[in-house]
Write a protein that binds this ligand. Structure first.
Ligand code: NDP
Length: 320
């Protein structure tokens, strides 16, 4: 347990990871301050965790330097977690400007403000495996980068900016490159949530079919509540080093579907329809990472496997 005097600023506090990390930090005794574009207008994820009243939430857009400078000056945080992003790869194809501006300008803005005000605390940036594109082998942090979406390009650029500011301005900033991680707090527009919701609706005779695109894609899925513990280890380490946060286990979306439908006693073949309109030319076929460097360096590895992730998703979203 640490003393209440440690302050953490969580930008993007009402996202999946933002809400989970606020919860984790509060439990550890941190003073938490949340930053959100909407201020207190929409706190659904914090509400779901029952922590919306346990800390202060300030309205701030990460792209706005005045707002971010004011926020840092106000909080005087030991650590800033930058989790804010338009986080959907699919949306980034149709909304590239918003996505890239939010992620790249937002990250650069935070770094520049921190440099100008001589901020001496730590800054965590949420990177993404989308910066690698397809991975033919388990990706480590040095894997070839070939992003296939505006989102992936924005995360790649921001990753490089964070590295640059650490190296040339000695800012204490670091990236955790996330592979997919899920929880009941994930937005319902994401495919994993869509599958759980649809299987539940089908089971209850309120839906017959679910249309999907490429179900042969391979992903490395993890459980978000444990990934945000890795975030804190990476950020608190005296030797700041960018790391991959992944399970190292690859599964196809088809397997994910099969496991979810089996949980409801359903045969997925009878309910899943492949719709060509959902096939994306830029879809990454295979994406999985190497968990060993993070384990060797900081002793963290994923413990929750895909079966348990699915059990948790069903239970925590009250769909059992
Ligand atoms: P969410 O989409 O759940 O949350 C992102 C949050 O960012 C939202 O609360 C959103 O606020 C906020 N946000 C967006 N733009 C801005 C802005 N300009 N200023 C302030 N806040 C903003 O994402 P996750 O929690 O799942 O992901 C957290 C981070 O990790 C993101 O950066 C994401 O890209 C990255 N990541 C996540 C992965 C995953 O599997 N979950 C995988 C790889 C990377 P609002 O509610 O206003 O829209």
């Amino acid at each position: 347990m640490i003393t209440k005097t440690k302050t953490a600023l969580v930008i993007g506090c009402n996202g999946q990871d933002g809400a989970l990390i606020c919860n984790s930090l509060l439990k550890k005794g941190y003073k938490v301050i949340g930053g959100s574009r909407n201020g207190k207008d929409n706190l659904d994820k914090l509400n779901q965790l029952g922590i919306e009243k346990e800390f202060e939430i300030k309205k701030a857009d990460i792209k706005n330097s005045n707002e971010i400078e004011k926020l840092i000056s106000y909080c005087q945080p030991e650590t800033i977690f930058n989790l804010a992003a338009q986080s959907s790869v699919g949306k980034s194809i149709n909304q590239p400007i918003d996505t890239v501006e939010g992620i790249v300008n937002g990250t650069l803005n935070l770094l520049e403000v921190s440099r100008k005000i001589n901020y001496t605390g730590k800054i965590f940036f949420a990177g993404s495996c989308e910066m690698f594109g397809n991975t033919e082998t388990k990706a480590d942090i040095h894997h070839k980068q070939n992003p296939r979406s505006p989102y992936g390009i924005a995360k790649q650029t921001s990753f490089n900016l964070v590295k640059l500011y650490r190296e040339i301005h000695s800012l204490k900033c670091v990236t955790g490159v996330f592979f997919n991680h899920e929880s009941h707090l994930r937005n319902e527009s994401f495919v994993t949530q869509k599958i759980v919701k649809s299987a539940y609706e089908i089971k209850n005779n309120r839906q017959k079919k679910l249309k999907l695109g490429n179900i042969d894609i391979i992903r490395d899925w993890g459980w978000a509540p444990e990934y945000i513990e890795a975030v804190q280890l990476i950020t608190n380490s005296p030797n700041l080093k960018d790391h991959i946060i992944c399970s190292g286990v690859s599964n196809s979306l088809k397997i994910f579907i099969e496991k979810v439908f089996n949980s409801y006693g359903l045969n997925w073949h009878e309910h899943i329809e492949i719709d060509k309109n959902f096939l994306r030319q830029n879809d990454i076929k295979s994406s999985y990472g190497d968990p060993n460097p993070l384990f060797k360096d900081l002793g963290w590895k994923a413990k929750v496997d895909l079966d348990s992730i699915i059990v948790n998703l069903i239970k925590l979203s009250n769909r059992n």
